[in-house]
Ligand binder design. Structure first.
Ligand SMILES: [Zn+2]
Length: 295
């Protein structure tokens, strides 16, 4: 299934492969083209500094695209969905395709056993509800306890996130009765472990997958631009709740991934969002996967 886009762009919208016994599918919930990445990325740098880094990497310096990549993991025993995309509210702007793509890829929404919400931002929770009803009618839900408490308590919500909290209260909180609340280090199911990745949001978590001796990290929103936040992990990102903590988290997780030569899936990396890290000096470089997972 391909989707029409601006400038007549056409691209595939889901990618599937096996990791050990796990079957993993990455969906392109949507794309939004925006002005930037500065000042959202490199918010504590001059525009010229950020523009130069982008040009060095063969990218336009004033426009970029943001992608949304929810991930479905079928462990053989459970079907686990990580985040739900933008949902109905995204359709006006060309996202919110997850439900249609799942069906195109051979899964009914009713087959999802567990929905893991990595953090409470709209592009991750927006697809929890379709037509006023639970989008995944047979699923139970997993939230990070710290993230769920942050949004429900509603203390220290920055002005820019007031609407995010309203959305969270409206569409995520009603699932609390069918939810479990986990801490870093807890397992969702065997082979799926939560990792502390606080900073982008107060309780944001990454997830490590492991099957038959093979590992992969879902770093979710730890890093949201494959050049700026990898090559300059310390540069601040204005959409991070705590830019200093988010930078420390990037450095810690990048070091772990690089040392372990682990493949990574990032929610906002270039489609299909899977790659590896190279390191030169203090800078990391995104090496997109090519055929490794097809063999
Ligand atoms: Zn996101």
């Amino acid at each position: 299934m391909v989707w029409p886009e601006r400038n007549a762009a056409r691209r595939p919208a889901w990618y599937r492969f096996k990791l050990g016994h796990f079957e993993i599918t990455i969906f392109l919930d949507g794309v939004s083209a925006r002005d930037g990445p500065h000042p959202a990325f490199g918010s504590n740098q001059t525009p010229e500094t950020v523009y130069a880094l982008l040009r060095e990497n063969f990218l336009p310096d004033r426009r970029f695209e943001n992608l949304y990549l929810p991930v479905l993991v079928n462990t053989g025993e459970q079907v686990v969905l990580f985040d739900t995309g933008n949902g109905p509210r995204g359709r006006k702007t060309g996202s919110g395709r997850l439900a249609a793509l799942m069906s195109d890829s051979g899964y009914a929404r009713g087959q999802v056993d567990i929905v893991v919400i990595t953090h409470g931002h709209p592009d991750h929770i927006g697809g929890m509800v379709e037509d006023g009803a639970p989008a995944f009618p047979n699923a139970r839900y997993v939230f990070g306890a710290k993230e769920f408490d942050y949004w429900t308590k509603g203390e220290n919500i920055p002005e820019a996130r007031v609407k995010t909290r309203e959305l969270f209260m409206q569409i995520a909180v009603p699932f609390a009765a069918q939810a479990t609340f986990i801490e870093p280090g807890d397992d969702v199911v065997s082979g799926v472990r939560a990792l502390e990745a606080f900073g982008h949001s107060p309780g944001h978590m990454a997830y490590r997958l492991e099957s038959a001796g093979r590992q992969l990290l879902l770093w979710v929103d730890t890093c949201n631009h494959y050049v700026v936040s990898l090559q300059r992990p310390d540069w601040h990102v204005a959409v991070d709740n705590d830019p200093g903590q988010a930078a420390a988290t990037r450095n810690r997780i990048f070091a772990m991934v690089h040392a372990g030569k682990m493949p990574v899936i990032g929610h906002h990396m270039p489609f299909p969002g899977i790659g590896f890290l190279d390191k030169r000096g203090e800078n990391y470089y995104w090496i997109p996967a090519s055929y490794q997972f097809n063999l």
